[in-house]
Structure formats: structure tokens, C-alpha cells
Write a protein that binds this ligand. Structure first.
Ligand code: GDP
Length: 480
């Protein structure tokens, strides 16, 4: 850290000319704007009997700076395993698939390992590793995205062949699309006599997923998660998509990544599962995790084994943090403990402060301001209504609105009450939720309040259109 003569004078509460004189006495010719090195600063401070305290002030979002550090430019990039999330409608077989993959693959070559549920696991296929986040469904996926973390490389969309595309299937597709994550479709329950994979393919075309067999580019794999059939093929396809994505990371830099889950353990204190996304994490590393910090005391892998290091795409459970971080928090390893502590403490302080500051989520009331400041190029909307026909009619009219170069983008639609998934998608994508003849359920209402998501309820279609249009033109009357 360097300071100019003027800045130093200011900090010491002295006139710059006085500092310049002192420097002159020390044999240094300086002007007011001259940057001083650490030694010179220390000499001057010693003269005033002031102790130099290296001040490291970093605000909460600034862990990103370290996260996107340019270190990797010099670091040697190598292939890393893909991180896969399994999503789909309830009861379509997500948990069964996660268990089935784990049971068949995880223990090979790792005899005697006892499965530990740490929130993610890693398997090996044809000598290549694949990491699975083992919280099924899109809640985890979106929670992380809402916190700015991009963890998932590939989504497996599970659709039961006897049930077809259901509301949460569509939600999952829109979550994956919003995050720009490639989708592989696993058509599950193929062992059932009532299985109808063609219907699944047909229904998914309506949501932009056209099978390769029909000239599209979405991979469909028929499986039976229950019987373990088609799993090998599915995993091969994961590797294929992963190869195309050219996922790279470096092994030889300080680790950074994201918290998958964390809790307080009675015996061990704060326990967090970290997904290393770049670099190598080692026992003893000084680390900042969200607004917490510490030194990695012990690391345990998904087989409950103690490990000394973890490379890219590896999930590990660590202890040694001063507090419990949150899922989706970023972590960064620092070179020394002092820095980690300073940054951790400063971030914790800023986080407290930030809680008091209102979130800057888009609402119809602040929309116009955000547009004026050029911060918005697209207004994301989620449209829910009582019947599908209305949803489509509304979406079509809304998409036609264009004001001052800002487009309306419908990121999700559906018939039925506004649910928690709608809110989390809105939070992750900075969207406004419109309900037509429907209301938010209890959980959605609570989530919307917590996340500061704007929900607009209407009973007359033209009012919806008018409200959005007025808001975009800055003509909306403030709500009382
Ligand atoms: P989730 O809600 O998506 O996690 O679904 P689960 O994995 O809990 O599965 C729901 C039900 O479907 C359970 O009773 C499973 O045994 C059953 N199931 C899952 N996969 C298959 C399959 O491939 N074939 C059959 N016949 N049943 C399955």
C-alpha cells in the first residue's frame, strides 16, 4: 500500500509542507502528490511517534476482486471435473438418481469408504471425475445464484416417463436457462409399463429442448434410476458435454470457491462444505469465507476420510472458521493469517452495515431510476396467472412493451399460485413477479419480503400492461 505526501499529511493531521520538510531532512525530495513507499511512511510516522497500522478496508462485494484475481493468467490451466446439479419435478426420481449414481460409482477404487453427506460428492467414470451437488431440486441451485455464485456446470433434468413435463420441470428449465447452464434430459422410470418417452420429448420441445433425434441439440437419455439402467450412458453424456464446455482451472494457485452448506456442530464448531472452484485448498490455509475467517483446521472428503488437500471441483468439509458461513458464500485463501483476519473482520463489519441498507432489487417504483442510470437493459418478469391461456396472452402483450431501448423479458411463466421458487428465481435474476388472479402462498410471501422481491397482483389484464408501461416511463404514482 502506498500513500501520497498529501494523503499522509492528511492522515497525520499535519500540513503537507511540514511533511515535505521532514522528508527533505531525510534526504528525500518530494512533492505533495508524490507516492511514498512503505519505508518512507514508516520513517515519517516514527518521527511523529505514530505507529503504522496497515489499513485494509474491503467491502463485502470486494471478495469478488480476489475471486476474479488475475493470478490464473500466469497459472497453468488444466481440465477440471464438471459440477452437476440434478433438477426436476417432485417424485420424478432426483433423489433415487443421486443415490444410484453414488452407490454404483463412488466406492470403486475407494474400498471401505463410508458415505458422508456433506452436500456434494465426487465419482469417477472412465478415469474422469464428476462432482454432484447432492441437494436435489432447484432451491439450492438458485440460492447460490442469488448470492452471486456460479457453481453448476451442467444440469441433469429428470423427467418421469410416466408423468411427463410438470410445473417444476418447467421451473427447472427456466432456472437453468437463466443461469446459462447446459441441460441434459434424463427420461426416468423407463422400467414402468406406462413409460412414454416420446411424450416427454414432445412436451419438452415446447420449452425449447429439442432432442438430437429430432434434429435439435439437447441430449436425452432414457434411464431407470431405480434399476440402475442407463446410468452409465447418462454419465458418458455428462463427460461429453463437459468436454465441449472445456472446463479449466489451475491446481497451483491459492484456492477459491463457494460454500455448499454449513452448520454449527456441537463438537467441531463451525463446519462448512466448500467446493473448490480454482486452485488447491490445503490444511492450514488462512481463509476468508463470506464474512467469516480462520485457518483450515481439518478437511474431510465425501467418504469421511481426512485429506490434506483438495483440487478444483472437489467438495470438502472443513473446520476452523470463527463463525458459520452461508450456502453460496464465496471463499478465498490468503497468503497469511493476518490478512485473512483483517479482511474477514472488515467484511463482517460491512455485512452488518449492509443489512441496514436497503437492497437495490428492481421494483416498479425504482425501475425508472434504474433505467435512467443506464443500469437496466432488460426488465425481467415472471408471470403467474390462474389459467394457462391468460398467462400466454399476458406474456405476449408484455413482451411488446418497449420503452427507451429497454426490453421486457419474460423469464418464467406458469399457472397457479406464486410460489417460493418463483421468488428465488426473481431474486436471482432481478425480476418482478406479476400475479393475475393468483396470490403468493405463505412461503412465497415471506421469501419475497426477505429478498425484497416486488410482487404485483392484478385482476384486469390491461391494468397489468399499463402499470408496467407507466413504470418504465416513470409515470407511476407512488404507492401509499
Ligand atoms: P424426487 O422427489 O424427484 O427426489 O423423487 P424420488 O427419487 O424420491 O422418487 C420418487 C418415487 O419414484 C420413489 O418411490 C422412487 O422409488 C420412485 N422411482 C424413482 N426412480 C424410479 C424408476 O426409475 N423407476 C420406478 N419404477 N420408480 C422410480
Amino acid at each position: 500500500e502506498s500513500l501520497s505526501v498529501g494523503e499522509l499529511a492528511n492522515k497525520l493531521g499535519r500540513e503537507p509542507s511540514e511533511i515535505i520538510k521532514k522528508l527533505f531532512m531525510l534526504g528525500v525530495m518530494a512533492t505533495i502528490n508524490q507516492e511514498l513507499d512503505k519505508d518512507a511512511i514508516e520513517l515519517i510516522c516514527a518521527d511523529y511517534e505514530v505507529e503504522v497500522e496497515e489499513e485494509i478496508r474491503i467491502d463485502v462485494t470486494d471478495l469478488e476482486i480476489y475471486f476474479e484475481d488475475s493470478e490464473e493468467v500466469e497459472a497453468e490451466l488444466t481440465e477440471r471435473p464438471p459440477v452437476v446439479t440434478i433438477m426436476g419435478h417432485v417424485d420424478h426420481g432426483k433423489t433415487t438418481l443421486l443415490d444410484s449414481i453414488r452407490d454404483t460409482k463412488v466406492t470403486q477404487g475407494e474400498a471401505g469408504g463410508i458415505t458422508q453427506h456433506i452436500g456434494a460428492y465426487q465419482i469417477e467414470v472412465e478415469g474422469k471425475k464428476i462432482t454432484f451437488l447432492d441437494t436435489p431440486g432447484h432451491a439450492a441451485f438458485t440460492t447460490m445464484r442469488a448470492r452471486g455464485a456460479k457453481v453448476t456446470d451442467i444440469t441433469i433434468l429428470v423427467v418421469a416417463a410416466d408423468d411427463g413435463v410438470m410445473p417444476q420441470t418447467i421451473e427447472a428449465i427456466n432456472h437453468a436457462k437463466a443461469a446459462e447452464v447446459p441441460i441434459i434430459v434424463a427420461v426416468n422410470k423407463m422400467d414402468k409399463p406406462s413409460a412414454n418417452p416420446d411424450r416427454v420429448m414432445q412436451e419438452l420441445t415446447e420449452h425449447g429442448l429439442l432432442s438430437e433425434a429430432w434434429g435439435g441439440d439437447t441430449i436425452f437419455v432414457p434411464i431407470s434410476a431405480l434399476k440402475g439402467e442407463g446410468i452409465d450412458h447418462l454419465l458418458e453424456m455428462v463427460l461429453l458435454v463437459s468436454e465441449v464446455a472445456e472446463l479449466k482451472a489451475s491446481k497451483n494457485i491459492r484456492a477459491k470457491g463457494t460454500v455448499i452448506e454449513a452448520q454449527l456442530d456441537r463438537g467441531r464448531g463451525s463446519v462448512a462444505t466448500l467446493l473448490v472452484q480454482d486452485g488447491t485448498l490445503r490444511v492450514g490455509d488462512p481463509i476468508v469465507v463470506g464474512t467469516t475467517f480462520g485457518k483450515v483446521r481439518a478437511m474431510i472428503n465425501d467418504l469421511g476420510r481426512r485429506v490434506k488437500e483438495a483440487g478444483p471441483s472437489t467438495p470438502v468439509e472443513i473446520t476452523g472458521l470463527n463463525e458459520v458461513p452461508q450456502a453460496g458464500d464465496r471463499f478465498v485463501v490468503f497468503e497469511d493469517e493476518k490478512t485473512a483476519r483483517q479482511i474477514g473482520e472488515s467484511r463482517a463489519g460491512d455485512a452488518l452495515q449492509e443489512q441496514r441498507v436497503e437492497k437495490t432489487r428492481v421494483t416498479l417504483d425504482n425501475l425508472f431510476d434504474q433505467m435512467k442510470q443506464g443500469e437496466m437493459k432488460e426488465l425481467n418478469l415472471i408471470v403467474k396467472a390462474d389459467v394457462q391461456g391468460t398467462v400466454e396472452a399476458m406474456a405476449a402483450s408484455l413482451m411488446k412493451i418497449e420503452v427507451e431501448g429497454v426490453n421486457v423479458k419474460i423469464i418464467h411463466t406458469g399457472a397457479g399460485a406464486i410460489n417460493e421458487s418463483d421468488i428465488s428465481l426473481a431474486a436471482a435474476s432481478n425480476a418482478i413477479v406479476i400475479g393475475f388472479n393468483v396470490r403468493p402462498d405463505v412461503n412465497a410471501k415471506r421469501a419475497a419480503e426477505e429478498e425484497g422481491v416486488d410482487i404485483r397482483l392484478h385482476r384486469v389484464i390491461y391494468k397489468v400492461i399499463e402499470e408496467i408501461e407507466f413504470a418504465m416511463k416513470g409515470l407511476l404514482d407512488p404507492e401509499f
